[in-house]
Every structure is written in structure tokens, then in C-alpha cells.
Write a protein that binds this ligand. Structure first.
Ligand SMILES: Cc1cc2nc3c(=O)[nH]c(=O)nc-3n(C[C@H](O)[C@H](O)[C@H](O)COP(=O)(O)O)c2cc1C
Length: 180
């Protein structure tokens, strides 16, 4: 039976929600896993504990801050046991208008779930297609998740998601890594 991932997203104007649909489509197209979608605005975060693999989607607002629904429920994460759970995070941002705080909220959420015992997976390269100046979500040329920019580079979203899904499935052990 296919593994089921839990995808939890917070989205103010819909971009992170649309990306959640794309990620679900791309994962399910592989036939290796299914994805349950949860909008955190309407979800008790305790539900996160029922999945072994989590994908979290968060946009960045107000210069480096978390999307409002995640911010509102952030303290609930302190009560969760995420020990050993594999967690991949994607973030939406605007790298031209907010070039110095691009997808910063990925980092805030990542640190929090790691405090609760989660193991981060699904890192991706900062390749030449990105044009931001600074991001808290970058460590040594690698995003600690996936960065998407629906405002300026929506045409790249599907391609980025497809490559990222490959990485996530490899990290989870459902796909054998391919040589570069
Ligand atoms: C007032 C405002 C502040 C923003 N601040 C940031 C920011 O600091 N960093 C960033 O990468 N994007 C920032 N953005 C861009 C949003 O993250 C982007 O529009 C995203 O697609 C919103 O996703 P959502 O509709 O799913 O919430 C900001 C947008 C607005 C309107």
C-alpha cells in the first residue's frame, strides 16, 4: 500500500495553496505515495502527529515573518511530539520585492519542528534561476526546503516542484537516488 504524506499549508492569498495542489499532483503521479492536504487555518495541528512524513507549506509576510495562520497556531507546535518524523518544507515568497528576506519563514518553521524532534529533509540547491539577495532559509548555497515565487517565476513552479519531489522521495527512501 502506498505511503500517505500529510501536507499542511498556510496561505493568505492562495499561492501556497496552489503550490500544495501541484506538489500533491506530482507526488501522486509517481504512484509511490498519496498526499492528504490540510489548510492550517482549519486544522488542529495535533493531526500532524498521525503522519510519518510531513510536508509543510508557508509563505513569508511583513518582511521575514510567518504567514498569519501559521503564526496564529505556532505555539501549538510546542505541544507536538514530532520525534523521528521526516519533514520537508516549501515556502512562497517574492524575491524581487523582498529580496533581503526571501522565504525567510521556512527557517522559522524548520527550527520549530526540529525542536519538536523532526528530521528535516527535502533540501534544494540555490541555482542560477533565483535572483534574491538574502534568505534566512539558505545555508551554504542550499535552501533548507524548496523556495517558490509565484509572483515572479510562476512558470518555474512545476519544474521546481517536480525536481524537489524527486529529492523528497529519495530522502524518504521511496526512490533510489539517480547519479547527477
Ligand atoms: C506586505 C507583504 C509583505 C511580504 N513580505 C515578504 C517577505 O518578507 N519575503 C518574501 O519572500 N515574500 C514576501 N511577500 C510575498 C508573499 O510571500 C507572496 O506574495 C506569496 O506568494 C504569498 O503567498 P500566500 O498567498 O500563499 O500567502 C510579502 C507580500 C506582502 C504583500
Amino acid at each position: 500500500m502506498a505511503t500517505t504524506f500529510g501536507l499542511f499549508y498556510g496561505s493568505t492569498e492562495g499561492a501556497t495553496a496552489v503550490a500544495a495542489d501541484v506538489i500533491k499532483e506530482e507526488i501522486e503521479a509517481t504512484g509511490l505515495a498519496t498526499v492528504d492536504l490540510h489548510d492550517v487555518a482549519y486544522t488542529d495541528l495535533k493531526v500532524m502527529e498521525s503522519y510519518d512524513v510531513l510536508i509543510l507549506g508557508i509563505s513569508t509576510w511583513d518582511i521575514g515573518q510567518m504567514q498569519a495562520d501559521w503564526a496564529y497556531k505556532f505555539a501549538q507546535l510546542d505541544k507536538l511530539d514530532l520525534n523521528g518524523k521526516l519533514v520537508a518544507i516549501y515556502g512562497l515568497g517574492d524575491q524581487y520585492a523582498y529580496a533581503d528576506s526571501f522565504v525567510d519563514a521556512i527557517k522559522t518553521l524548520s527550527e520549530k519542528v526540529m525542536q519538536q524532534g523532526a528530521i528535516p529533509i527535502g533540501f534544494s540547491m540555490v541555482d542560477d534561476s533565483y535572483e534574491f539577495t538574502y534568505s534566512e532559509a539558505v545555508y551554504k548555497d542550499v535552501f533548507i526546503g524548496l523556495a517558490l515565487d509565484a509572483e515572479n517565476q510562476d512558470n518555474l513552479t512545476r519544474k521546481r516542484v517536480r525536481a524537489w519531489v524527486q529529492t523528497v522521495l529519495e530522502d524518504v527512501g521511496l526512490l533510489v537516488p539517480q547519479p547527477a
